[in-house]
Design a protein around this ligand. Sequence first.
Ligand SMILES: [Fe+2]
Length: 155
Amino acid sequence: MIQINSIGLPQYNAKLFAEELNKQLAHYSDYYQDTKGSHWNMNVDKSFAGHVKFEELYNVLVLKSDEIAEWILTLGFTPEHNDSQDANLSSRKEIKKVADGIQAVAHIPKAYKMIILKQELIPSLVNDAKDKGTTFIMSDYISFQEKEVGIYTSF
Ligand SMILES: [Fe+2]
């Protein structure tokens, strides 16, 4: 007999989605660290606007991370929160020169593109189970992030 979770999804599907969402969460945590580094260490004299923009970015990442984590809970699983787990789940390479404004800004669309690629995998998994909640969240994130990629690649 198929086990169903609290929001009516087969447990097997919910587990798959939660695993993918935990990978997303790890990427968001990594990107959050990168944007914090840029916010703190970017050459402020040359780019105060950059300092403010990176604060705006990491605030968005905090909100979205929280939503993803709570969605994992809704699916009936545990959001990962340890650096050691993040390292296993994320495929991101650390950036080192966060003080260089040009490199820091160029990193924004690269990081979002990686996150978008990961997120695009989720709706294809979710379709079979007709999980509208996860599909809606991922679609919402992808459209926001694609707009950000468009903006930051237009400079
Ligand atoms: Fe600050």
